[in-house]
Design a protein around this ligand. Structure first.
Ligand code: TYM
Length: 334
């Protein structure tokens, strides 16, 4: 609790361009929850270097991501929006938690297995202990709730296990966090292959809608989206392509799958795809406009970066000092 409010933590990697999946699965919910909780939203640049990055590109993407958080509707005066690498407590707590995490647990992480297969020439220890850094992010702020997409649930589970293990030894040190997923949009699939999630790192640009795609591009990508043979707009497992488009439509319009089926009853795919494209473009346009406007104001963004890093550091240090004492590190005399 901070000032009587429960705490929320979440983050995104500054790797690649943000997709509609990131927005509907996470960012949109962040904005919706931001009044109810004391919120920490991090640009997790330390996670990004588990895959080789070009330095200037990483710096630029991290700044764009931080700006995008604000452009999407997070008020930086109320929400703590900051770079993970500016708060050293993340790395320090991660080391301690590494000593409370079993390799058997890490071996089971599906994201590690996927990424290791994709980057076979660079299966580094950071990629392997990535979930421990993620646990540190969350536990450092004593977060009650963590809004994420479905692909991150396994990491939330290991975070809870590590926290419970630590608490069982040292007493009630960490708050046990709960995941939060929105009604629609927690599991957006690729537009070219609904077997796969929509991902920043997909090589096929038509598979993902990027947050900065212009309306024509958005509509074109939806027109080309892979659908199924049965030309009816039905929300069911046997039509994974259309099911995905219905979910996107619902997440953007607030309608339910049943309402959507009714709306497009007797209509063909092309009409539906156009409606989805227009709904998505309508959601993205104001975010893009605000992003370009904010990007011009360097001093404003710099001010937020500084002020919020100090705030995050304050709360991070509170937890870190407590943890260091619990595990038996000597008291500081300076
Ligand atoms: P990242 O950067 O891959 O994704 C950011 C958020 O977007 C969600 N997401 C999706 N949701 C629905 N459909 C999709 N296709 C889709 N793709 C991505 C993710 O679930 C996530 O919520 N490890 C995290 C970043 C992280 C973090 C944390 C998150 C580091 N520390 C602590 C929460 C708390 C990641 O790589 O997310």
């Amino acid at each position: 609790m901070i000032d009587g409010k429960k705490v929320l933590f979440s983050g995104m990697q500054s790797t690649g361009n943000l997709t509609l999946g990131n927005y509907l699965g996470a960012l949109k919910n962040w904005v919706a929850l931001s009044d109810e909780y004391e919120c920490f939203y991090s640009v997790v640049d330390m996670h990004s270097i588990t895959v080789r990055q070009e330095p200037a590109g990483l710096r630029k993407r991290a700044r764009n991501l931080l700006t995008l958080y604000i452009a999407a509707g997070l008020d930086p005066d109320k929400n703590c929006i900051y770079y993970q690498s500016h708060v050293s407590g993340h790395a320090e707590l991660a080391w301690i938690l590494n000593c409370f995490t079993y390799t058997g647990e890490l071996n089971r992480m599906t994201q590690f297995k996927d990424k290791a297969a994709k980057h076979a020439d660079n299966i580094n220890a950071g990629l392997y202990t990535y979930p421990v850094l993620m646990a540190a992010d969350i536990l450092l702020y004593q977060a009650d709730v963590v809004p994420v997409g479905k692909d991150q649930l396994q990491h939330l589970e290991i975070t809870r296990d590590i926290a419970q293990r630590f608490n069982a030894i040292y007493g009630d040190v960490f708050t046990i966090p709960e995941p939060y997923m929105g009604k629609a949009g927690a599991n957006i699939r690729s537009l070219q292959n609904p077997e796969k999630k929509m991902s920043k790192s997909d090589e096929n640009a038509n598979a993902s809608i990027y947050l900065m795609d212009d309306p024509d591009t958005v509509i074109r990508k939806f027109k080309r989206a892979v659908t199924d043979l049965d030309a009816s707009v039905r929300y069911r497992e046997e039509q994974p392509g259309i099911k995905n488009l219905i979910e996107i439509y619902c997440a953007c319009t607030g309608k339910t799958p049943a309402e959507t089926e009714k709306e497009f009853d007797g209509k063909g795919y092309s009409e539906f795809k156009l409606a989805v494209g227009e709904a998505v473009a309508g959601v993205l346009k104001p975010i893009q406009d605000r992003f370009y406007e904010l990007s011009k104001d360097k001093a404003y963004i710099d001010g937020i970066i500084k002020k919020n890093a100090e705030k995050a550091d304050y709360y991070a240090m509170k937890t870190l000092r407590k943890v260091q004492k619990k595990v038996g590190f000597p008291e500081r005399v300076r």
